[in-house]
Design a protein around this ligand. Sequence first.
Ligand SMILES: Nc1ncnc2c1ncn2[C@@H]1O[C@H](COP(=O)(O)OP(=O)(O)OP(=O)(O)O)[C@@H](O)[C@H]1O
Ligand SMILES: [Mg+2]
Length: 331
Amino acid sequence: MFSRGREYTESLPWVEKYRPSSLEEIEGQGWIVASLQSFAKKRKIPHMIFSGPAGTGKTSCAVAFVKDILGQNFSSELILELNASDNVRMNTVRNEIKSFSITQNISLPPDTLKFVILDEADNIPKDPQHALRRIIERSPPNVRFLLMCNYENRLIDPLLSRCALFRFSPLPKEIVLNKLRDIAIKEDLNLPQNTFEVLYLISMGDLRKAINFLQIFSQLDTNDTSGLYEIAGYLNPKNFSEFADEVLKSNFQKSVNVLQRDFHFSGRNFLYQLLDWILTSQSIPIENISNILEGIGVIDFRLTLGSDMALQLESLVALLCENVREKNLNE
Ligand SMILES: Nc1ncnc2c1ncn2[C@@H]1O[C@H](COP(=O)(O)OP(=O)(O)OP(=O)(O)O)[C@@H](O)[C@H]1O
Ligand SMILES: [Mg+2]
């Protein structure tokens, strides 16, 4: 995560190669960046939690902040970086984190700042979270904890109340498009015109996803951006519009046939495409939209529980055909 030589950088995936290396390079999180810059300047730094959707800059901000603060003094001895997905359990909290926070390097001034960076902290089970809270309370005054998570409601209240909470927002479209254009220029890519728009649509504000798909697409020998939908697990737009036409004719069997022909997409992504269509289509009776949205919510819930995707989507198609029928009958 912290930088090395030029050759090493060239071989990195683009999400790492273009990770901001200082707070100034963080885009779209205006007041958060301004607060962090002010903490760095005044050297008054609270323990912090960065929370928010994936790919919006939480880890990048934490890393850039620590780099900005430590500057010339930067050394791996002063940073303990752990990812809770790699098993941050009671032993890690009691042994690794505790011993890092209480150990003082006698060759450094005692007020030298040290950082514990805990990524994906919402994956830490509740008991180790309680142990962590005690360690934070008892840590020496030169140790700061930076926790990152997607869902702050999975962190226990005593942790939340001991840290300054920064909520990251999904990145606006213009920022995602600019970042992608910038990478395309630096990598000397020659891409079809609508590539960045499609990348934005399929990544929904997650810049990591957008950059990863850009890198994959740039390595394919094609100019057809509709392939991007398939790579990202969406229904191809051509097939989606065929599906929508059949639904509008209340033709259950033909609608299902279109889905079955192209059954590589993710159920959840299909629900997002459907939602977008329902909310923008003029052809669906307005009084039935709430029924349909409720149906989409139920199917989404069942899919997250692991229900059979084909069965669930077929029941949703039945609901859709039912809810456009009134309009067809009235015409
Ligand atoms: N606000 C941003 N400004 C500039 N680049 C960004 C920003 N957000 C994300 N990126 C780009 O996306 C990549 C991933 O960002 P990062 O790891 O900081 O996301 P995250 O919020 O920590 O996501 P997750 O919740 O999945 O851990 C970075 O390497 C960087 O290239
Ligand atoms: Mg992260």
